[in-house]
Design a binder for this molecule. Structure first.
Ligand code: 5AD
Ligand code: SF4
Length: 434
């Protein structure tokens, strides 16, 4: 299994691994040992697809050595490109979209016979609720549980609603069972995943469960586990959810709230369904209800008609919001989206690059200053591993999702430690246990 793209793909790869294991397959450590290589892919920007194509083309050598080797492209690229992938990438034998993973064993059999193996059917109901994901990562400290699939927002630039289909929420009972399973296996942290978790709603004839209610159920189910969630859409970020976070000490004080742009006219063209003022109100609410909450965001520049004034509104918003972390991109036009058909990609590449540099420069400075403000403070840290720089140090995260490095002492991976911050860079805090 190779995984590219978002956390949802990481979670999906574990579902796929589980489905394949039931069919008698096993995860291999190296690709040389594999009979089947499945590449779980991302389509959100063109460069994500380019990377995967390069990877798949690189399998030629392996295929020469092992002519029986099968290569499957699964996930968003499979959904977007379908049959075309067989023509464009000669190494590809299997193509499977995000809602068709149950079909994988059958498709592998088909491919073995030299037949074209493809299923890119999207579903209105598939949530893989009965699959217990097979945990692939080695650390076994922090796991993902997907609570919903798909997206109904149709932001004009975004390919996700086309590749992942309509929004559907998973049965809360099966979510709680999976969270409990992680806890039983010794995991210390769970991240609840969905494209837009705030619009989670599960209905049956008797009752209805909303996102804040689900969050509360999970917090009560595993009181000793840390709980995170992603991603939230600003238009649905409710005070109810913020109050639940404030109420439970095991729900992390951290929110990822993608703003995308600070300009109302760009936000309108993006069909984000909120204004700069609305977004600021949500940040103000977070800071009031959850003091000290970590906040991160996604922002991209160079969308259709974004002029220098629009862009400066994004810069001003970043200065106002002072995100702890931001993922920043240049607009990448995606075939099939509303913007591709109707909103010209009319900001020149060199302007996009210049704007991206300006955002990154500003955010680096803000991240550094926010980290400097933590110096002298003490945070509870979940230890995730040994530092890459020194075997005498461990690293972990604060509730606010900041990475912190400190001397290992007698701590083990998976322990919680109280750590005082002594220094920092823009990306990492450095401290000592107290
Ligand atoms: N071009 C650039 N960035 C995009 N994103 C989504 N679609 C595009 C696109 N076409 C970004 C958004 C989103 C993140 C996951 O990727 O910022 O929040
Ligand atoms: Fe894409 Fe918008 Fe859905 Fe996020 S909310 S996945 S940006 S369409």
């Amino acid at each position: 299994m190779e995984t590219y793209g978002c956390q949802m793909n990481v979670a999906d790869s574990e579902v796929v691994a589980s489905i394949m294991e039931h069919d008698g397959f096993q995860i291999t450590k190296t690709r040389e040992e594999a009979d089947v290589i499945l590449v779980n892919t991302c389509s959100v920007r063109e460069n994500a697809e380019t990377r995967v194509r390069g990877r798949v083309q690189g399998f030629s050598e392996l295929k020469k050595k092992n002519p029986k080797l099968l290569v499957g492209v699964i996930g968003c690229m499979a959904e977007r490109l379908g049959e075309k992938l067989f023509e464009q990438e000669k190494n590809v034998n299997i193509v499977v979209g995000p809602d068709a993973y149950m079909d994988l064993p059958m498709l592998v059999e088909k491919a073995k016979k030299g037949e074209k193996a493809i299923n890119i059917e999207l579903s209105l109901t598939e949530t893989y609720k009965d699959i217990c994901p097979s945990r692939i990562d080695e650390t076994s400290i922090s796991g993902f549980v997907s609570i919903m699939r798909g997206c109904n927002n149709f932001c004009t630039y975004c390919i996700v609603p086309y590749t992942r289909g309509r929004e559907r929420s998973r049965n809360p009972e099966s979510i709680l069972k999976e969270v409990r399973d992680l806890s039983d296996k010794g995991y210390k942290e769970v991240t609840l995943l969905g494209q837009n978790v705030n619009s989670f709603v599960y209905k049956n004839s008797e009752s209805q469960v909303s996102f804040p209610e689900l969050l509360e159920l999970v917090a009560q189910e595993v009181p000793n586990m840390r709980i995170r969630f992603a991603t939230s859409h600003p238009k649905d970020m409710s005070d109810d959810t913020l109050h639940v976070i404030a109420k439970y000490s095991n729900i992390c004080n951290f929110i990822h709230l993608p703003v995308q742009s600070g300009s109302d006219s760009v936000l309108k063209d993006m069909r984000r369904k909120y204004t700069q003022e609305w977004y600021k109100d949500r940040i103000t609410a977070i800071r009031k209800i959850i003091p000290g909450c970590g906040i991160s965001s996604d922002i991209f520049c160079g969308f259709h008609n974004e002029n220098e004034e629009d862009f400066q509104e994004t810069i001003e918003l970043m200065k106002w919001a002072r995100f702890d972390l931001a993922y920043m991109f240049k607009y990448s036009e995606r075939p099939g989206t509303f913007a591709y058909k109707n909103l010209k990609d009319n900001v020149p590449e060199n302007v996009k690059s210049k704007r991206l540099d300006e955002m990154i420069h500003l955010q680096n400075q803000i991240s550094l200053e926010n980290n400097q403000n933590d110096i002298g403070e003490v945070f509870e840290v979940l230890i995730e591993g040994i530092s890459k720089r020194s075997e005498h140090d461990v690293y972990g995260r604060t509730s606010q999702n900041k990475v912190i490095v400190f001397p290992k002492g007698n701590f083990e991976i998976g322990d919680f430690a109280n750590v005082k911050v002594n220094s920092c860079t823009k990306a990492t805090l450095v401290g000592e246990s107290v």
